[in-house]
Design a protein around this ligand. Structure first.
Ligand code: 5GP
Length: 237
């Protein structure tokens, strides 16, 4: 099914599909990176867990009428997606203060954001993904002002839908990062992945961190935590 390798990122490889104009295979790797690639490791089985979790979440979002590039899970580590041109903006939604915003703005850890905050970052490894404002985003991408507003609205809707999903499995959705891409016909849809690599999730009972912060901050066994998330998702369906 796979033809040539188009691109290899930190967590995934992207392949063109043989004889298809607009389908890609995303292959999830076992690598974990943090701090813009400065900290690196590899965990046997992480690729499978993120593929399974991300596929579950994209299926769930599709049932909630949120359109994405996701078509189907192909096997343990790969999924089929529709090709999009990625908009080079990372959209972060925050429900609770932690991570970069606490350092950047001096906001106290665990402050609640009601309503949630949306932040934009320029997707550029060489620049360390800097925070940008709307005017920067319009200059640095081909999105129009209306499309940028729509992207932020979609991010907030996705937040509401995912907060419900995660609360059902006793997790708090603290914050997360989304990427969007443009389809051939010009429409913008949710793209990339949604997994514990891209979300912060805290256990509602113990407050334990159950996401990539376990790797970033050396808090314990990353695979154990990702397995637990998949297990809880599978147990609800
Ligand atoms: P922060 O800005 O606090 O570092 O991250 C906010 C949220 O977005 C966290 O859930 C974090 O995992 C996610 N995030 C931000 N940038 C990236 C990125 O470049 N890669 C990944 N995997 N997640 C990111």
């Amino acid at each position: 099914m796979k033809a040539e390798l188009l691109y290899e990122g930190k967590a995934k490889k992207v392949y063109r599909v043989k004889d298809s104009q607009d389908e890609l295979v995303l292959s999830y790797k076992n690598d974990a990176t943090a701090f813009n690639g400065v900290k690196k490791d590899s965990f046997d089985g992480k690729g499978r867990l993120n593929n399974e979790i991300s596929s579950y979440i994209f299926d769930y979002l599709s049932n909630e009428n949120i359109e994405s590039h996701f078509i189907e899970k192909l096997n343990e580590t790969e999924q089929l997606v529709t090709e999009t041109t990625i908009i080079p903006i990372e959209v972060v939604v925050r429900n609770i203060a932690t991570g970069s915003i606490t350092k950047r703005l001096g906001i106290k850890e665990k402050t609640l954001f009601t309503p949630p905050l949306v932040e934009l970052f320029y997707k550029d490894d060489a620049l360390g993904d800097p925070l940008i404002n709307d005017e920067h985003a319009l200059f640095l991408s081909d999105a129009t002002r209306l499309e940028l507003d729509e992207i932020k609205e979609m991010a907030l809707t996705i937040n509401t839908v995912l907060q419900k999903l995660f609360s059902e499995i006793n997790l708090t959705l603290v914050d997360f990062k989304l990427e969007f891409g443009r389809l051939e016909d010009g429409r913008i849809v949710l793209s990339d992945e949604i997994s514990p690599d891209t979300c912060r999730l805290w256990d509602r009972t113990t407050q334990e961190k159950m996401d990539k912060d376990v790797f970033r901050q050396d808090l314990g066994d990353l695979l154990h935590v990702y397995k637990e998330i998949l297990h809880r998702l599978e147990a609800r369906s």
